[in-house]
Design a protein around this ligand. Sequence first.
Ligand SMILES: [Zn+2]
Length: 278
Amino acid sequence: MRALPASVLAVCGLIASACGGTGTGDAAAGQAAPATAAEQASATSAEQSPAKQSPPDAKPLEGKVVVIDPGHNGGNYRDPAAVNRKVNVLTKWKPCDTTGTQTNGGYSEAAFTFDVSKRLVKILEARGATVKLTRTSNNGVGPCITQRAAIGNKAHADAAISIHGDGSAPANHGFHVIMPKKINGPVDKVVGASSRLGIDVRNAFAKGTGLPYSTYVGRNALDYRNDLGGLNLSTVPKIFIECGNMRNAAEAAKFQDPGFRQKIALALANGLQHYLEA
Ligand SMILES: [Zn+2]
């Protein structure tokens, strides 16, 4: 269903600048349109592919396993000793988890990610996927980032996504996707697939939410990192998404709107489905 061979798209994923000639112009203009014809075709076909050639009662994601990781946890602030315990993420030692950020009005990232994740579970299950969450409430502590990765690995997830909202300077805005880099470790074998997943989710998120590409991280909303335990320790295709900046007033207002969170969940589901059907 792709207009280009997977190898070409993988190259696009690894060399983001080669896929987007417009630089920061897109973000500044508030337009998050795919940067090339190939990406355009890829984004457009997400709307057309579901179940067209399948029997009428077949669900598009039947047989697929998705692990959703709602970033942080609502109870993390209550147990600093557990949360700050250092864990090995292969490239460094990091705290087991963090409290996450919040809007200036006090709406927490943990509550936001949990709500979006629950909405995403419903949509994906309705499309036939088997879905597992890394946490099932928003009043507990953890799990550690190592465990969040292990849950995806153990489930042999076809795709895994960790959902976050960023806490940057107030003028910064827009969303970005984070994908793993090779670290001479177990994640190396899924770096290419994660990159394809990241581009599919980036395209669907821009289209579905209308949010611009990040004005302050990555290029065309794509960032590659080797310091995140949730990515370094993953042996299944996995990405993070920072849905926007919770410290930016306009984005904070959107994130506090349940209708907009549904829009986010739907966009994420469409991106995941596009990747899973490829
Ligand atoms: Zn976060």
